[in-house]
Design a protein around this ligand. Structure first.
Ligand SMILES: Cc1cc2nc3c(=O)[nH]c(=O)nc-3n(C[C@H](O)[C@H](O)[C@H](O)COP(=O)(O)OP(=O)(O)OC[C@H]3O[C@@H](n4cnc5c(N)ncnc54)[C@H](O)[C@@H]3O)c2cc1C
Length: 471
C-alpha cells in the first residue's frame, strides 16, 4: 500500500493575503504540505512602500521585501516563483500552472493538486482605453514595476514633465515622489476633485497642498490619447488640451483578478469581486479567497464592497489560514471571522496626513441615510504652541440616533491622521456622538486641545442634531 500523501494547502499569489495564510497553516498544521505559486519575482513585499522607493526615500527594492522566497522555504513552505496559475479545476482539485520566468521550478505547464486552495492573486491596474496608453503608459502595481519606473526616471532629464493619470492616493503619492526627484509632475483626473474617498470640501484642502508643493493639478480633464515618437512618450492629449510629457504614469484604479475563480464556479458579488463568507470561504467547496480579490461588508451601511487595502489583505489572509488549518485537521468549527470594514484609510502626501473612515456625505445621500455633518479647522497641538499646525475635521452622524457615520481628517503632521483609528473604532462599534464626546481620550498640550478634535466634532454634532447628552 502506498503511503497516503499529506494534505496539501495550495496558495495562488505570494504576497500579503497568500503568504499570511501560508505562514499560519505552516505553523498550525506541521504535517500538511504548503505550496505557494507566485507569478512574479518577489514574495511578501510592501506594495505600499513602492512610492517611497520611487521617491528614493527607500534606496533598495529589497528593503521592501519582508520575507524572501528563500526565507519562506527555510520555514518549510514550498514556493514556486515565476510560476503563473492558469486555471482551477474545482472538481479534480487541481490548478494548471505554467513557468513564467527562469526562476520557475520547471519549464512548460503542469498540474498541482490541492486539498484546500487559497485564491489570493490580488488586483490588476485599469488602463483607460485610449490610443497610446498600452504603448506608453507605465503602471506601478508590483515591486518589479516600481523598479522599472525608477529605472526609467533615472534615464530622464531632471525637470522634465511627467503626467500622472489618476488623483487617488496612489497617483498622489507618485506625483509627490516625482517632485521630490526634481521632475515637473502633472496630475490629471477626469473627476472635479482629487481623492474621491473624501467629500469635495475636504479634497479641496488636499488639492491646495498639492499645488503649494509644486504639482500641477488638472481636474475635470479626461485622457484622450498618449502620443510618442520612436517609442518614447512625448505628450498627453486630454479633453482640455495637450501636456508635453516625457513619461505617463497610469494610476487609474485597479480591478480584482476574478477570472480564474469565476471560471471555477466561485460566485461574484455586485461589486464584481469574489463572494466569501466571514471565514473567507468562497461558494465552491475547497476554495477560500482573501485580499484584493474579495468583497466584504461595509459595517456602517451594510453594502458589500471590494476594498483593496493591505490592512484587509493581511487580516483576511490570517482568518483564511486559521479556517483552512482547522479544515485540514478535520475540525468543523473555527472562531476566526473577518467581520467587514468601515472604509478606513490613511495616506501622507506632500507632508500632509489625509485620513477617512465610515461614510462620506455622498455615500449617505446615495444610501438615503439621514445625517448631519460638521466641518471645522483646528490645530494639531494646543493653539498656544509655536507652529501649532492645522487640521481640518469633518464628522457625520445619523439623525435621530446620533450614531457616528464617518470622519475625514486633513492635517499637517503631528500624527493628526492616525486619530482616524479612534473614529474608525467608533464607526465599527456604532458609538454615538452623545457617548463619544465624554469618552476617556488622552490630552497634553503637544498633542492637541483639552477636548480632542474628534470630541469637538462630536459635541458640535450633538448640538446640530438637537440631541440630549447621554447620561
Ligand atoms: C503603489 C501602492 C501603494 C499602496 N499603498 C497602500 C497603503 O498605504 N495602505 C494599504 O492598506 N494598502 C496599500 N496598497 C494596497 C495593498 O498593497 C494591497 O491591497 C495588498 O497588497 C493586497 O494584497 P493581496 O495579497 O490581496 O494581493 P497582492 O499583494 O497584489 O498579491 C497578489 C500576488 O499574486 C500574484 N499573482 C497574480 N496573478 C497570479 C497568477 N495568475 N498566478 C500566480 N500568481 C499571481 C501577484 O504577482 C502578486 O504577488 C497599495 C498598493 C499599491 C499598488
Amino acid at each position: 500500500m502506498p503511503e497516503p500523501r499529506p494534505a496539501r494547502f495550495l496558495v495562488l499569489g505570494g504576497d500579503a493575503a497568500g503568504m499570511t495564510a501560508a505562514t499560519h497553516v505552516r505553523r498550525a498544521v506541521p504535517e500538511a504540505e504548503v505550496v505557494v505559486v507566485e507569478r512574479g519575482p518577489y514574495t511578501s513585499y510592501s506594495m505600499c512602500g513602492i512610492p517611497y522607493y520611487v521617491a528614493d526615500t527607500i534606496h533598495d527594492a529589497e528593503d521592501l521585501v519582508v520575507r524572501s522566497p528563500h526565507e519562506h522555504r527555510a520555514a518549510g513552505i514550498t514556493v514556486h516563483m515565476e510560476t503563473e496559475a492558469l486555471a482551477i479545476d474545482a472538481e479534480a482539485r487541481t490548478v494548471r500552472v505554467r513557468a513564467a520566468g527562469p526562476a520557475a521550478p520547471r519549464a512548460g505547464e503542469w498540474d498541482l493538486p490541492y486539498d484546500a486552495l487559497l485564491y489570493a492573486v490580488g488586483a490588476h491596474p485599469k488602463l483607460p482605453k485610449v490610443p497610446g496608453v498600452a504603448e506608453y503608459g507605465v503602471v506601478v502595481h508590483t515591486l518589479d514595476e516600481g523598479e522599472r519606473l525608477k529605472g526609467l526616471l533615472d534615464e530622464l532629464e531632471p525637470e522634465g514633465a511627467i503626467v500622472v493619470v489618476g488623483g487617488g492616493y496612489i497617483g498622489l503619492e507618485l506625483a509627490e515622489a516625482l517632485v521630490v526627484r526634481g521632475f515637473k509632475a502633472v496630475l490629471l483626473d477626469r473627476s472635479p476633485q482629487v481623492m474621491k474617498p473624501l467629500d469635495p470640501d475636504m479634497a479641496e484642502h488636499v488639492e491646495q497642498r498639492l499645488v503649494e508643493f509644486g504639482i500641477t493639478v488638472c481636474l475635470g480633464e479626461e485622457l484622450r490619447e498618449v502620443q510618442g515618437v520612436d517609442g518614447r512618450c512625448t505628450a498627453v492629449v486630454t479633453s482640455k488640451g495637450t501636456h508635453p510629457a516625457e513619461l505617463v504614469i497610469v494610476a487609474a484604479g485597479s480591478a480584482p483578478h476574478v477570472e480564474m475563480a469565476q471560471a471555477a464556479g466561485c460566485a461574484l458579488g455586485d461589486s464584481g469581486a469574489v463572494v466569501v463568507d466571514p471565514r473567507m470561504r468562497t461558494t465552491v467547496a475547497g476554495i477560500w479567497a482573501a485580499g484584493d480579490v474579495v468583497e466584504s461588508v461595509n459595517l456602517v451601511n451594510g453594502s458589500r464592497r471590494n476594498v483593496q487595502l493591505g490592512t484587509h489583505a493581511n487580516k483576511q489572509g490570517k482568518v483564511a489560514g486559521i479556517d483552512i488549518a482547522a479544515a485540514l485537521r478535520g475540525e468543523e468549527q473555527t472562531v476566526a471571522a473577518f467581520e467587514g470594514h468601515v472604509g478606513t484609510a490613511i495616506t501622507k502626501v506632500c507632508e500632509w496626513e489625509i485620513a477617512r473612515t465610515g461614510l462620506t456625505e455622498r455615500e449617505c445621500a446615495e444610501d438615503g441615510i439621514g445625517y448631519a455633518a460638521v466641518a471645522f479647522e483646528s490645530t494639531v497641538t494646543a493653539g498656544y504652541f509655536p507652529e501649532p499646525g492645522r487640521v481640518w475635521v469633518k464628522m457625520l452622524a445619523e439623525e435621530g440616533s446620533g450614531r457616528i457615520l464617518g470622519v475625514q481628517l486633513v492635517g499637517n503632521g503631528g500624527n493628526s491622521g492616525k486619530r482616524i483609528d479612534v473614529a474608525a473604532t467608533w464607526c465599527q462599534l456604532g458609538v454615538t456622538v452623545q457617548r463619544a464626546q465624554f469618552l476617556d481620550l488622552s490630552y497634553a498640550p503637544p498633542f492637541g486641545g483639552v477636548w480632542d478634535i474628534l470630541q469637538v466634532g462630536a459635541r458640535k454634532l450633538v448640538r446640530e442634531l438637537g440631541l440630549q447628552p447621554q447620561l
